[in-house]
Design a protein around this ligand. Sequence first.
Ligand SMILES: C[S@@+](CC[C@H](N)C(=O)[O-])C[C@H]1O[C@@H](n2cnc3c(N)ncnc32)[C@H](O)[C@@H]1O
Length: 277
Amino acid sequence: MLSKAEILNILEREENVINCLGLKKHKGQFKSEIKKKINEIAGFCEQILKIVKKLDRSKEIVFLECSCGKSYLSFALNYIFEKEFNIKAFFYGVDINEELVQRCEEISSVLGYSNMVFKQGRTIDFIPPDKEVDVVIALHACNTATDEAIAKGIKISAKHIMVVPCCYGQLSSQIKDSHPLISLTQFGLLRYKFADILTDALRSQFLLGNGYYVDLLEIVSPKLTPKNILISARKIKGKSKRNLEKYYELNGMFNTDFGLQEFFHARTPNDALACTG
Ligand SMILES: C[S@@+](CC[C@H](N)C(=O)[O-])C[C@H]1O[C@@H](n2cnc3c(N)ncnc32)[C@H](O)[C@@H]1O
């Protein structure tokens, strides 16, 4: 498969797709914000290609991009699959913003991609119309929209759930007192950083509890962006009571009320264990 540098090369020289997506060069150069975005897309694509390598490529691979926005990631993957690998793929994209969804439809029509369907709405409400989703992806879905992507992936039993979270808003105000690491979180800056770590730990524990193997890695250098952590989960078994308990224990240890289990109406490990979707 391709390295991030090779993917970057392909994307940067493919002016038709890049221009259609609005990631144009200015006076022969990418502006720094655009360069950052293309790097993030290439870094995420690299990790997706690694998991695709292990999937049955004789069958169509179905992706669901949650909080897709302008769907840079799906368009880049679609291009790379078609041009470099001849992989058959299908893409659903969902976003709450109607204008962005319309824009994605226009771009897919300009590029002649008939294997892409975009829907307006919340991720959690999205029901794949006619294909079973293999891989759920989300790049910088704001705050709890990342949790919706994880919950949706679990509910539809996706083989892979891969999310790169964006802003984290849920926990920093909740961890001001009544927990064992108060001498750490009393410092505002550390509290914000720790809240981010705790958030991703809770997400990862919940995925483990739902039968996924979980890996956390960086898709680009933290010098480029701190929003660079990929939670990559692969379904390997059924639910695990012990790991679900760890999720609730972690929530309990910091007296936090993290919202992921709410998508399953599960206040206890036994509720979560009993939940079928
Ligand atoms: C920071 S943008 C990221 C867009 C795109 N993934 C990217 O990397 O450019 C976040 C997107 O999430 C969408 N969004 C926020 N909450 C959502 C939800 N609950 N369900 C679906 N989309 C949502 C917003 O409309 C926005 O397009």
